[in-house]
Structure formats: C-alpha cells, structure tokens
Design a protein around this ligand. Sequence first.
Ligand code: URA
Length: 201
Amino acid sequence: MAELRERALRCVTCAHLASSRKNVVFGVGDIHSPLMFVGEAPGADEDVTGEPFVGAAGQLLTKVIQTMGLSREKVYIGNVLKCRPDTPGQTKGNRKPTHEEMRTCLPYLQEQIRIIQPKVIVALGATAVEGLFGRSPIFITKLRGQWMQYEGIDVMPTYHPSYVLRNQSLATKRETWEDMLAAMGRLGMEISEKQRGYFLR
Ligand code: URA
C-alpha cells in the first residue's frame, strides 16, 4: 500500500488536476479493516490536508462511524478520485468528477481494494457507485440499501454525507443508518437495542 501511495502522490496523468491540487488525497485508516468507505473526490478541506473526509461531510461521516462503535482508525476511508476536481475561475464550491477522470483514477482504488480485501464496502453517494462500477448515472434513492457486488465483495450503496447534511429529514437519516446497520450485520458486529433504534422518531 505504501508503494501504491507513493505512485499516486507522484501521479500527473490528469495534468489539469495535478497542476491545481495542493495534495493528493490517497486514503487513510486500517489497511486490514473488513470495512471500507468510498467517497467521490476530495473537496477543498481534503485538498489542503491530504486526508479524505475531514470537511463538514467528513465530520458527519466520522460521527456515523463512531455511532457504529468504530473509529476512523479502525476502518479504511478513500475516494474514487485522489485529486480535487479543479474549478477554474471559481473561488469556492466543488464539481463532480467527470467519467474520464474517474476512469483514469480508478486503478488506484481497485488496487487499494485488492490490497485491503474488505468484507464490506460502503459506497457514499451516486458518484462513488458510478465511479466504482463504471456505470452511467444512477439514482441513489433507488439503489441505496440494496447489496451490490464488486469482485465478490459486498457493496452497500448509501447516501453521501453531504446529501444528508443538505436534507436533514429524519427519513433520510434513518435510511442512511439502516444501511449502516445492514453493513454491521454483514460484518457480524454486535448491534445494541439503542443502535437499532436510532432515528426511528
Ligand atoms: N466528499 C467526498 O466524496 N470525499 C471526500 O474526501 C470529502 C468529501
């Protein structure tokens, strides 16, 4: 993994992203973890720190992981794209990675998955699912909560934490949480009554 990371840190295949990035955001956590989270691409905060999911969405993801009884150190967190999608002429905001960018960067994620061999991958949002499976646009509202398979590994598609932040409804929180309960069940984790009951009302 260290060798793969070194290669990613030097990668300039997407010249426009290599010239605009501050840091390559490779991934963090336990490379022996049975649980891996995959997001879409670094945002501004991640670009500055070089660590995935540290901004507002990341703080929510960290809370979700802790509510599962885990910590960021006990899981692995990565993205489809390792560089922040550039936003020329814009001073703030993010853009969705293009299919071309995701296709170009995917071998890094594929190699990370082959090294980690997680039992469960949680795919955060439609773009992560699209990037991982190379599929054209999908509706995450239709797909979430239903197990998918990636090279024999169970994949649970769920909402991206930034979507949950924008859409603060109890139903969205509960659906996200049910997806995490399903992942915990598949991992053979113990689930308390308290954990089962979150966001029911
Ligand atoms: N959103 C993502 O998809 N990934 C990050 O690392 C941060 C925000």
